[in-house]
Design a protein around this ligand. Structure first.
Ligand SMILES: C[S@@+](CC[C@H](N)C(=O)[O-])C[C@H]1O[C@@H](n2cnc3c(N)ncnc32)[C@H](O)[C@@H]1O
Length: 394
């Protein structure tokens, strides 16, 4: 396997850059630099395979193959045509070019996309006498181009389907959180598998499935395919050895560690299907019920959840009465627990009458959200509500 050190960029949901940088360090990456929306790093192609299989937080892994200064579309064309694409793939493979930009002075990114595609095809025509064809739905090779105000950078995607597609999600349920966002939230919460974890409004079960994969040391990408398998540099033996190593490192689950609940029968059916597909039925204790009626599953632990968020009038009103009750329930029954609530509702701490010990800005796609942390210590967190004279929780 080629041991040349390459440069990579791993995009991730905004707000998770620091925890992704930590994860990449753990996996052996070097020269790590977190920027808005992702983390740049260096390593070998073998490390790239490992990170594709093991990263829980990256959305994909891009291999940087060139960069250059530009002022107009001609410069981008020239920079793309100078690249030895034939070292990476063949003209028989179908390509897709995807351009993204930040503070780019050019007027049409579609035109830039077309010019890069022309440059790649022209280079192949010159080098191999044949042009690759374009397939925007199921390409073999995805060429990602990033333009800032002065520099164009060319990447080859090594992941294919985004890495948050682990393969376990059979049924989506209501507004699921992306898998890598859930894994990042668990890392931000500093959860480790010696602490009980509970999601009482679990929906399709994203938090508990990600936690169960972590607890059992299952590599999230162990069962899937990757775009690097289509590159000329692909080394099958390296991938096989890595899969064997990672499978040997899996461990059984500790019973009673991870708990999930939801009041919706449909959600419980959906999470059952997802757990079965992920081989995690034994790892997660699941029940159907209203969060306000269910007891804490242990003396202490981490409650992590993404409660319903109302968009329509009736829903908003129902939640206005639900949240204060949920806050009271936490105060009465979850002393000793840390509670992490992921929500797009910035007013949530007020509605719960709880003071957060931490608030982390995160993005769920384009939606700005917060991860609110509450440390449930008897009596100490109370923000008294008007007309509320009940004694503090013990
Ligand atoms: C935004 S969804 C959670 C999505 C989940 N994080 C996922 O990734 O699939 C909110 C969930 O809370 C559940 N829920 C709402 N009110 C509840 C209650 N009072 N008790 C239990 N579950 C409730 C809903 O059925 C829904 O599945």
């Amino acid at each position: 396997m080629d041991s040349t050190i390459q440069a990579f960029f791993a995009p991730c949901p905004r707000g998770l850059e620091a925890v992704l940088a930590e994860e990449l360090t753990d996996l052996g990456a070097a020269d790590i630099k977190a920027t808005a929306g992702g983390v740049a790093f260096r390593g070998t192609l073998a490390l790239c395979y490992r990170i594709n299989l093991q990263s829980r937080i990256a959305s994909r892994i891009l291999l940087r193959i060139a960069e250059g200064a530009y002022r107009d579309e001609h410069d981008v064309y020239d920079a793309a045509k100078a690249i030895r694409w034939q070292d990476w793939f063949t003209p028989q493979q179908r390509i897709k070019v995807k351009v993204s930009a930040h503070r780019c002075p050019l007027t049409s990114l579609d035109f830039v996309t077309l010019r890069v595609k022309d440059a790649v095809c022209d280079r192949f025509q010159y080098a191999r006498g044949k042009r690759p064809s374009v397939d925007t739905h199921t390409p073999d090779i995805l060429i990602a181009v990033y333009l800032d105000s002065t520099t164009c950078t060319f990447y080859l995607d090594t992941s294919g389907e985004p890495l948050f597609k682990r393969g376990w999600r059979k049924s989506a349920g209501e507004a699921p959180v992306r898998e890598n966002l859930a894994a990042g939230i668990l890392r931000l919460s500093k959860w480790t598998p010696d602490t009980v974890l509970y999601d009482p409004m679990c929906g399709s079960g994203t938090f508990v499935v990600e936690a169960a994969l972590m607890a059992r040391r299952i590599a999230p990408g162990i069962g899937r395919r990757f775009a690097f398998e289509k590159l000329l540099s692909y080394d099958h033996q390296t991938l096989t050895d890595l899969r064997v190593e990672l499978q040997a490192a899996e461990i059984p689950a500790r019973p009673g560690l991870i708990h999930a609940a939801d009041h919706s029968a449909q959600a419980v059916t959906s999470i059952k299907a997802n757990l079965a597909l992920a081989g995690l039925t034994e790892t997660v204790t699941l029940q159907q019920g209203d969060v306000l009626q269910l007891p804490a599953p242990a003396e202490a632990g981490l409650l992590v959840t993404n409660p319903p968020y109302g968009h329509r009038m009736g829903e908003v009103e129902a939640l206005q009465s639900f949240y204060p009750q949920f806050g009271d329930h936490l105060k009465k029954h979850f002393c000793g627990w840390t509670v992490q609530i992921f929500t797009a509702d910035m007013k949530l701490p007020g509605l719960l009458s709880l003071a957060p010990s931490r608030r982390v800005p995160l993005f769920n796609g384009a939606i700005e959200c917060r991860l609110f942390e509450f440390r449930m210590v008897a009596g100490s967190l109370r923000k008294p509500r008007p007309h509320d004279s009940s004694p503090p929780a013990r």
